[in-house]
Design a protein around this ligand. Sequence first.
Ligand code: FES
Ligand SMILES: [Fe+2]
Length: 464
Amino acid sequence: MSRASGLAPGEARAPGPTYQEAILLDSSKPPEPFLDYSYAFMGDEDIPYSNYTSKDFAEAEFSRMWPKVWQVACREEHVAEAGDYHVYDIGHLSAIVVRTGSGEIKAFRNACMHRGTALKPSQSEGNCQNFRCPFHAWIYNLDGELVDLPESWDFPHVKVGGADATHNLRPVKVGLWGGFVFINFDLEAEPLEKWLGVFPAHLDRFRIQDRYIETAVTKRLPVNWKAAEEAFMEAYHVKETHAGGRDYSEPITTYDVYPDNVNRFIHTTGAANPRMPRQPTQQELMEQIWGRRGSAEGPCPVVAEGETARDVYARIIQKQLGEQYDQDFSRYSTAQTLDSIEYFLFPNLFVFPGLSLPMVYRFRPDPDNPDFSFFDLFILRPKHPQFPPPPPPEPLFLDVEDSYTKSEGLGFLGPIYDQDTNNMAAQTRGFKTCARGGQTLGNYQEIRTRHVHKRVNDYVKGNP
Ligand code: FES
Ligand SMILES: [Fe+2]
C-alpha cells in the first residue's frame, strides 16, 4: 500500500486514526505528552545478525559501551537505610551502591584495592557497617575510604586517610531520577539529567518515585540482549504472537524517537481499529476486552448509548485497582489507565507509567555468551499516601525453560511473556542460518529497534 501511495520512506502509516487522534475520543483529557509526535526516518538498511551473534561485537559493547552509559543499578528503596548496599553487575563490571551514614547514595567499583577481590557477591544486597574484604580484611567505610589496613607496617607505600589516601575504593558516578539509582562507570560522563533527555518532561507527572516494587522477576533469555529488548519495542507482533492471528487484535500505536536516548510506543486497549475486518460496535469491543479476562469476571458490562468501551472499561479498572490498593485512581485518564505506555531509555531501561500496565524492564547481556541475556522485570504500584510500602521483594529467578506463570505477581501477564519468550530461541537459531545476513525492519513500526542499533553503533564505532 505504501509502495503505491507515492509517499517517501517512513511517511506511510497504518490506515485509520493515529494513536493521538484515537485517544482524543476518550471522555477524559489524555496527558499532554501522549499527543506528541516525534518520528523521523532513520534509513532502511538491514541490521547485520552479527551485531547479535558475534563475540567480537559483544566484546566491543563491553569495552566501549557498557562502561560509559548511564544505567539503572537499583531502586532507592533497595538502599533505604544507612549501610544498605546493593550490587549491580553488568558484563564483567560490578558496582556496589550504598546508602552512607549521611544518607547520601554512593557507588563504588566492587573490588578491593589490595588484590582486587570483589567485596560483595554478584547481585547481592544487605546491610553493613563497613566493607570488609574477605581475603585479608582491609576495611573500607561506607564512604569508600580505607580505614583499616591490617599489618600496615608492611605497606609503607599505602597512604591511609587524608586527602592523599592512595587506596580508597574507586567511585562510580551516581544519578537519581524517578526513584531509580542510575550509575555510570565513566567519571567523565555527561550528567544524568542530560542523558535523560525528554524523560522527565514526559514522565515526571506520573511520579514514578512514588511507586514501590510489588513483584520482581529475573529471567535468563536465550537471545542477545538487544533482540530481547526489541521483542518488546513494537506492537506489530501482537496479532500473531499474542492473539493467534485474530483480526480484532491490532492496537493503534504511536512510535516516537527523541534525542539521544529515548524512544517510546503507546498503544490502545479496546479501541476500534480500521484494520478490523468489520467495524465492531462499542458493545462488541467491550465483549472483546472482557473476553480476554477469563470467565471469572462475570457478565460483560453494558456500554450505554454515547459511551465508549474504553471509558467504561477504564472506570471498572480504576475501581477494581482502587479497592485492591485502597486508593482513588479516578483522576487517571482513560489512556493512562488502559494503554500500553512504554518509554525506553537507552541502553536498557523501559518504564511503563500506566495504571493497569505498570512495569519496569531492565535487560542485561550475558557476560560470557552473546546468545543469552537477563531480563529483570518489575511491577511497580503507586505507594499508599499514608502507609509505608512493603520492602522490595527478593526477585524470583527463572531459567531459560521456566515459565513466567511461576510468578504469581505477574498474573495474566505470565502467559503473555511466555509467548514473547517462545520467539527468542528461534530467532537466535535463525540469526545464524538466515542467508540474508541481516534483519529487515519496518520503517515506522520498528523504528525503535533501529534507534537502539544506532546508539549501540555510536559507542562500538567510537563516536557516541
Ligand atoms: S584482597 Fe582485599 S584485603 Fe587482600
Ligand atoms: Fe509481546
